[in-house]
Design a protein around this ligand. Sequence first.
Ligand SMILES: [Zn+2]
Length: 148
Amino acid sequence: MLVKLHQDGQKTDHFTVPFDERPSKVRLEQSEEELVLDWNSTVDDSGNLKACIVCTGELFRENTFPQITGFVIVLAFAGGVAGLLGLVTTWPMLIAMVVLLLIDVTILVLRFTRLVCYKCGTRYCKLPIAPYHQKWDPDRSEQVQRSR
Ligand SMILES: [Zn+2]
């Protein structure tokens, strides 16, 4: 599992931890500081992560897309409209549409879900995600921020 530490919305450091081994300490990759992890109350009965191992805070699920997605959607839309109007009749346009489709498929493949901590903003990638994790909830977030 890849863990990215955040502070005030900025990524500060990261480390990789073998989920099955659950080491009590890890060494951060950039600052080389040691970080103590809490596995006791943060893993559920099925062995899935249920809370933040850094601060035991609540987690929410987040879908990530590569940055290019918005741009591609606009292009695909423009291409679709052009096609409907009968403007896509030339080979270069057709090739452009195919390339666009390939980019779209690549994005779908690269898309992944990660868990994020409400409290400290730590992000958890490359791990099995239990189905009970909810999407980001503004009310919940506010509640957590207030109780800090
Ligand atoms: Zn946390």
